[in-house]
Design a protein around this ligand. Structure first.
Ligand code: COA
Length: 435
């Protein structure tokens, strides 16, 4: 294997100096009137203030969202401008569906390894309350034709032939373009093909809620989550993740009806991540620069990997392909990992990936001599995951990175594996270590 530039202790290694996120709240809730840009700008502004760093130190901002804001498609640049960072701060926008802010993080880390960045903001944002609404193809064709018309009758004729259904607005589909299946349907397919029981799914969901509730109660999230007063009236403030249910139970979860296959399914509102609004950001620096400024990093990126599988096969199995690559690149095995942070799109996806990690058959499929191994449930998502905390697509990756590093520090442990599955059959995996 070629030597890698990323993750070498000393000069050019990327370290996370600070992380911050907004509360993650159910779409249509307290952040219902805010845009992705509002949320992203709020978190970046506060992150830089809390980090107590001269904004002039920061040389780039890399930010993204999964569902683009059509009025501000260069969201990274707009977040930089709206968060009162220097107007000369360069920026680029990234998108890798649910792994978008993992991509932002590895982009800045790669730039640091190449010596072209010293300090950067990486993150993501998503407002599922403010998704772009499209017109149907016939209506959009008619609108384009009408805009070119020279006379009123010609303009009116452009709309002739439209049917009532053509007028209905079209929301963005949380579905695969290549297969037409929604994420939920794909999770259902995985549950069936991998024989993941409803009980196992509900147990994963219950653990997510119980751990997230315990983390909130014991102050784990106090330093990771800011308060967001909501403009223009500022009479309401987002202060806490509002999806966490401290009182849910296996009995309550078992009563919920399947959503994506009502007759024979097992994926429910309780064992799925919900549609969520929120933003998260990381201040990332070259290790030598952080040291020179007297900043104590939370941890470093040791290795990362992305992988893809056929979306028509097991859409959300990407982590099981990416994790072995990231471990190989770190020169580690699963045994060297203290904590695992796995994005919970659906409990069925978490279970399917854990099953693949320990499956000799899956290892053979990857051409590997042995499976990665079992993940001890006590080391998995120790402060809850996306089912309970919510999943603003673009922000989840940065949430996972800061949560993993914080959890390592609280337990005085060293290494974490973070994984995120993403649309298109993509998977992301990071190896983080404390410094
Ligand atoms: C699954 C999904 C359709 C559910 O949406 P929803 O119907 O708005 O969900 P709700 O929060 O209203 O929950 C439905 C019901 O389940 C109940 N419920 C949800 N979670 C529960 C829990 N943990 N314990 C007990 N009850 C629960 C709710 O109280 C609600 O009950 P009610 O109808 O009596 O009010 C939606 O969250 C979704 O689309 N998620 C997937 C998002 C996705 O694809 N993400 C991509 C991942 S990569």
């Amino acid at each position: 294997m070629a030597p890698q530039l990323i993750g070498q202790p000393g000069t050019s290694r990327a370290v996370v100096v600070k992380g911050l996120r907004t509360p993650f709240v159910k779409a249509g809730g307290v952040f219902g009137s805010l845009t992705s840009l509002d949320l992203g700008a709020a978190v970046v502004r506060e992150l830089v203030e809390r980090a107590d760093i001269d904004p002039a130190e920061i040389d780039q901002i890399v930010f993204g969202q999964a569902i683009p804001t059509l009025l501000a498609p260069s969201i990274a640049r707009e977040v930089g401008l709206a968060s009162a960072l220097p107007r000369g701060l360069e920026a680029h926008t990234v998108s890798r569906a649910c792994a978008t802010s993992i991509q932002a993080f590895t982009d800045v880390a790669s730039a640091m390894a190449l010596g072209v960045s010293q300090a950067a903001i990486a993150g993501g944002t998503e407002s599922m309350s403010d998704v772009p609404i499209f017109t149907s193809r016939p209506l959009s064709r008619a609108l384009v034709k009408a805009s070119r018309a020279k006379t009123l009758p010609e303009r009116l004729r452009a709309f002739a032939g439209l049917k009532p259904k053509d007028i209905v607005p079209v929301p963005p589909a949380i579905a695969e373009y290549s297969t037409g299946l929604t994420m939920g349907e794909s999770a259902e397919k995985m549950a069936k093909e991998n024989h993941i029981s409803r009980t196992w799914q509900d147990e994963i969901a219950l653990a997510s809620h119980q751990r997230a509730a315990a983390a909130w109660k014991t102050g784990v999230f106090d330093a990771q989550v800011m308060h967001v007063p909501v403009p223009p009236a500022y009479t309401s403030t987002g202060t806490t993740d509002d999806i966490v249910r401290p009182d849910t139970s296996l009995e309550a979860l078992a009563k919920l009806r399947p959503v994506f296959d009502r007759a024979h399914g097992s994926v429910t509102a309780g064992n799925s991540s919900p549609l969520t609004d929120g933003a998260a950001a990381l201040l990332v620096m070259r290790e030598d620069r952080a040291k020179a400024l007297g900043l104590q990093p939370l941890g470093a990126l040791r290795a990362f990997a992305y992988a893809a599988t056929d979306p028509g096969d097991q859409l959300l199995q990407g982590p099981a392909y990416a994790a072995p690559l990231a471990l190989d690149r770190a020169g580690m095995t699963l045994k060297d990992i203290d904590l695992v942070e796995m994005h919970e799109a659906f409990a069925a996806q978490v279970a399917s990936n854990l099953q693949a990690f320990s499956s000799p058959e899956f290892a053979r499929k990857l051409g590997r001599p042995a499976p990665l191994g079992e993940v001890d449930p006590e080391r998995l998502n120790v402060h809850g995951g996306s089912i309970a905390l919510g999943h603003p697509f673009g922000a989840t990756g940065a949430r996972i990175v800061m949560q993993a590093l914080d959890a390592l520090a609280r337990r005085d442990k060293s290494t974490a594996l973070c994984t995120v599955c993403a649309a298109g059959g993509l998977g992301a995996a990071l190896i983080l270590e404390r410094v």
